[in-house]
Design a protein. Sequence first.
Length: 352
Amino acid sequence: MGYAPSALALVPFISVENMMRVVHATGIERFLAELADYIEQDFRRWQLFDKTPRVASHSREGVIELMPTSDGEAYGFKYVNGHPKNTKEGRQTVTAFGVMAEVDTGYPVLITEMTILTALRTAAMSALAARYLAPEGSRTMAVIGNGAQSEFQALAFRSLVGIDRLRLYDIDRSASERCRRNLAGRGFDIVVCGSPEEAVEGADIVTTVTADKQYATILTDNMVGPGIHINAVGGDCPGKTELHRDILLRSSIFVEYPPQTRIEGEIQQLAADHPVTELWQVFTGQGPGRTGRDQITLFDSVGFAVEDFSALRYMRALIGKLPYYDQLDLLADPDDPRDLFGMLMRAEPQPA
Ligand SMILES: NC(=O)c1ccc[n+]([C@@H]2O[C@H](COP(=O)([O-])OP(=O)(O)OC[C@H]3O[C@@H](n4cnc5c(N)ncnc54)[C@H](O)[C@@H]3O)[C@@H](O)[C@H]2O)c1
């Protein structure tokens, strides 16, 4: 048909294969640390961003969400799903892809897989928050829920916080064993525990990252001692939480974007005006982080669009240095911009 895409038609595309190449070429712990820097930079210029709770389409088995934001120069969005039953059918609970575009022309400048990138950015965000909130000198982290996100969480906390002892618990012991195997040789002392109570023993930080489409109680009040930092990742939808309400009432609660977290986070269990601190305030020094040794700090993580924007921004910078992307023929680009129809017709197969 004689069609050859022009330069304007092409958009860099990062496939799953290339995402894995980029991560390995960078080194996963360095990748997590640099990604956390990008997130921190963006949270420090919080006021610039368009912010809205993500647009969620709920169904009986899960949720499909769109997460848009812009800093006025670039625009980004992520498509992401959450379907806890998927793993039983050989599918992921969470899959994602994303797009970044330039605001000036509206043209996309990057399209990328974001399933792996979401696990990396969620972990980077958690560890970044913990850098401000966890007790000083934290070394031991309990990880409850040892599915797809868990190793990423562990590595980010090692890279950013210095965690080198892990206490793992999952209702499915084989998940904990897989997590232990995957992290072997990376300098962690790892204990697989028989109960969540055992997992939290002696932990400075407790990460909950389970998947269940209901109000679950992964942590009860008696399991949470003074001075601990809780990184609650798995409760991220209406009707899907992990912590007993009494824990929330004893904790200083830190969130990404309150209008979204009040719908989706652990704090959906509390009054709509329950006080929370926004992380951008902590990162800019405008709000307090941890202020006392006995204080229980809680990062009520749900995942916000600005973090995905930061991840897209970071990937753009990386593929400027690394050759790991394809050019996707994504944007129709007729010679005369108004002759879209002519372009289509000229591509009509001719009779032989
Ligand atoms: N906050 C965020 O930014 C963010 C980002 C990505 C994923 N998530 C959420 O994190 C959670 C985990 O995601 P994933 O991809 O690892 O899911 P996954 O399905 O791969 O793993 C979840 C694990 O939790 C375990 N589990 C379920 N109920 C449990 C319980 N009561 N006690 C202990 N373990 C239990 C399961 O056996 C499984 O191994 C999901 O709920 C997901 O929606 C949040």
